[in-house]
Ligand binder design. Structure first.
Ligand code: PSV
Ligand code: MN
Length: 392
């Protein structure tokens, strides 16, 4: 067991300053293609989603930003939404575009062979850039459902060329202080090929765009057995790891609570981040969640996710890097592995409880939230209206 005092001042600073961005859509109803189970008290608009997200920050102290998804979070006034967030002590973060739920995009959006549909999809991104100007968001995140289901269905090469042209037009429309974040996913909804399936393709596109284009690594978007921490290193080396979309997967893109399925993988990822010096808040890597809570209550689900990321980070910081470097240089295979495993096996929960107390927070965020009665309050208040969902 370790205490806060076992950390160096620098380790302590890194841990205390780490922040995690929450997805607005985690607070809305979601489910599978079989059924969406509604929960009483679910937000009916972006304002209520922000209120719920602010609860996560209130109890964890590490989630001061919320990503928005357009059009799911469209409101009459983004200035008002920004002021609402501000009044609750959180900020509006990344803006996610959505060109995967309109009939016109059945055969592709930014890659579609029909110039009118491509234009519409580009226009949707221009609208997101307008939203960013109103919210003060600095990052436009693009994930496409584009791809084909059958060999021969469309020309892979032509689609890549169209994608590259479309992305260049969107990139050119960004302000100087705004970034483009491109997310990859190896399959789904397309099954034969996806137009941005992997980190290599995403990297090739962002490198062609320019310095303010970076890659988003969603931990659920890889084939089973993929060494994700290796990809993390590749993107860091290229200076293009813009963000994580953290979540857990057992099978496909399950979007479960991060650290639930494979806490060791999360630790290995954070170990590479810490080793590379990318944990610092100025490193340019944004630690975001991209999750859906189909069965569990959404606010506790997000609280637990933030705690899991924090735990993996604390363990990664505890790796004795000096001893590890020595063991590696001497090719002491087992020793090197044991040094890493020692850190992973350390119970960092007492240390994190201390850190929260130091920040004036309750050491037990899940318990404190449960005791607050907030869920009962929103269940009583939020009656009528249309609950927010993922628009499927
Ligand atoms: C796609 O599966 C994805 O990971 C993208 O980040 C979308 O924006 C999000 O999920 C939608 O839930
Ligand atoms: Mn994602």
């Amino acid at each position: 067991m370790v205490a806060l005092s076992d950390l160096t001042a620098e380790q302590r600073r890194l841990l205390a300053e780490q922040t995690i961005e929450l997805p607005s859509w985690a607070f809305g109803n979601s489910g599978t293609r079989f059924k969406v189970f509604a929960t009483p008290g679910t937000p009916r608009d972006a304002f209520e989603k922000i209120s719920d997200a602010a609860q996560v920050h209130k109890y964890t102290g590490v989630t001061p930003r919320v990503s928005l998804h357009v059009p799911w979070d469209l409101v009459d006034s983004f200035e008002e939404l920004r002021a609402h967030a501000d009044s609750l002590g959180v900020e509006l973060g990344t803006i996610n575009s959505n060109v995967f739920q309109d009939n016109d995009y059945k055969f592709g959006s930014l890659t579609n062979s029909d110039p009118a549909i491509r234009r519409k999809a580009i226009g949707e991104h221009l609208r997101c850039i307008e939203v960013m100007r109103a919210t003060g968001s600095k990052v436009l995140k693009i994930w496409l459902g584009d791809g084909t289901n059958y060999p021969g269905q469309d020309s892979i090469a032509d689609r890549q060329a169209r994608l590259s042209d479309s992305l260049a037009e969107i990139y050119a429309a960004l302000d100087e202080d705004q970034k483009l974040l491109l997310e990859y996913k190896f399959f789904e909804p397309a099954f034969y090929h996806t137009d941005v399936p992997d980190w290599g393709t995403a990297l090739a596109h962002v490198l062609a765009l320019g310095e303010r284009a970076v890659v988003c690594l969603d931990t659920g978007h890889h084939a089973p057995g993929t060494n994700i921490e290796f990809i993390v290193v590749q993107l860091l080396r290229a200076g293009r790891l813009g963000a994580f979309d953290f979540n857990s997967r057992f099978y496909a893109d399950d979007d479960l609570i991060v650290g639930a399925a494979d806490p060791f993988q999360l630790f290995r990822i954070m170990h590479e981040i810490v080793s590379f010096g990318a944990l610092d808040k100025d490193s340019g890597v944004n630690f975001m969640l991209d999750q859906c809570h189909n069965l569990e209550d959404k606010i506790p689900g997000e609280i637990l996710s933030a705690l899991n990321v924090q735990e993996a980070t604390a363990k990664a910081l505890l790796v004795d890097r000096e001893a590890l470097a020595k063991a590696q240089a001497e090719h002491e295979v087992i020793e090197a592995n044991q040094i890493l495993m020692d850190a992973f096996s350390t119970d960092v929960r007492p240390l994190l409880r201390e850190l929260r107390e130091e920040k004036g927070l309750d050491p037990d965020p899940l318990g404190a939230f449960a005791r607050s009665g907030y869920l009962a309050k929103i269940e009583a208040e939020r009656v009528g209206g249309q609950q927010a969902g993922w628009g499927a």
